[in-house]
Design a protein around this ligand. Sequence first.
Ligand code: CU
Length: 379
Amino acid sequence: MRFVSGVTSALALVSGLVMAAPNLAPRAPTTEEIQSAKSVEDFRDLAMQALESQQADLQRRSEQGSCTLENARVRRDWEHMSKCERKGYIKAVQCLWDLPAVDTEFSAAQNYFDEFVAIHANVTDFVHGTANFFTWHRYLIALWEDTLRDQCGYKGALPYWNWYKYQSALHLSPVFDGSDTSFGSTGEYFPHNGKGGGCIKDGPFVGYTINIGPIRPAMNGYEPWMKDQRDYNPRCQRRDLVHAASERYTVDGLYDLLAGDHSHTVELMQNEFQAAGTLSQHGAGHYAMGGDGSDVFTSLNDPAFYLHHAMVDKLYWMWQALHPKEANTVAGTLTYMNIVPSRNGTVEDELDVGILGPHLKIKDTFNTLGGTPYCYIYE
Ligand SMILES: [Cu+2]
């Protein structure tokens, strides 16, 4: 009899659900829900909920393109990738040293890895503390991801460095643990105010020569070298893991950008995110890598740069999803902190990536589910 009554009540429950079926269309998260997020994982889930609701709207209006949440490439936390997947990514990065440079007339680049460093160095003053900071770097790392896939046989998506783990023990992070599936740990000791700072001594990039810069390294005792954009300076890559920097990644800081006082406009958000000369979220990653990764012009010499900037982009992506009215706007000028005064940037401005790809307009790069040129999300 218990069995029958169990079935009966289950049926009653099912019919109750059917009777009272609510509108099951995905809905955007409420302000209260966003403000109650407690972790980067919470924010990511809310961002996905927002995107599901936006996609459902497009579908209702028959405006959905070919890129959907179901078929988008998923950029993952380096730690969540298998060793085999990590090795696949590393092998593809190493392949860039074997690809010839393209811009041999005006650039110090000796191979295609250097080409990314060179273009970033050439436009540094016009892509930091500017209206295009997020969209320019988004485009650069997408071109990097595409190059690894198209030229070097990589099968996956660009990974990211999850800042909110291992902040006080970077050498235990799978990004920097020195294993053959990492980017190497801290470098040899180099006399300065840190513990490492010299050539990387472990991991798969030992022996890989970098050629461009340094131009403005933030590490004490590491002197600028490059004077002309055609000068090249073959040397080892240096790193100095700095916990005073990585410990600046706090959930409070994340909350401030995505749901708090600095979340309301792109201007507030970006000024806090990349505050000049401070250990803001963007700067903290660069200072945490120290060595070549801390040089605002040539930080791409540290291959971990791309995982750092994928995390920058992940935060921007979450902010856009959670602030749809602001998502497609820019603020700021065309020059670094407007120290050399320039006009305000607009969404019609082009993103100059040198020989790396076509110069897209900012307005065509806001949406990562736009089909062209992007189709990706973050886990
Ligand atoms: Cu940059």
